[in-house]
Ligand binder design. Sequence first.
Ligand SMILES: [Zn+2]
Length: 166
Amino acid sequence: MPKASATWLIKQCVEFVEKTEENIEMIPGYTRGLYALLHGSGDNFDVVYIGMSAEGGVRKRLKAHLKSQKKKDEWTHFSIYEVHDNIQPKIVAELEGLIRHIFSKDKAANFLAKQKQYEEIVHVSSDLDKWLVSWKCKNCLETALSNGRPDGSDCTKASKHSWERV
Ligand SMILES: [Zn+2]
């Protein structure tokens, strides 16, 4: 019986593989997931680029990077993180977007192209003082979502709701 995977997203990965056509050819064509282009040796690898193939085709992406005039000399190694078969393409896209987003203003991140912020993350971004928190009334157990303490009136079990953060 195959061993149950300990990871929810990643099925398998290869890391810090030398950039050669032969190595890239060994990646199955259907491979879906994230990949990183790296530059370095030994224990030091700078991330040059983070990409993904949500629908399958990591090998094709790496081949394109290999031939790209702009990028081909910028990386020496690569890593691939294949997602489980049941992980939807939109999850792969979000994961890649999140990683890029985290690095989007990092001076030390030596990404080839200025990688964009992930729009969907921008849409859900907030300020700490607007961070929504859940509240629950200790008396009637009604719940509310608010960035401040919700109104205290109209409790069915007492004169006022007695809110506590949950
Ligand atoms: Zn109440």
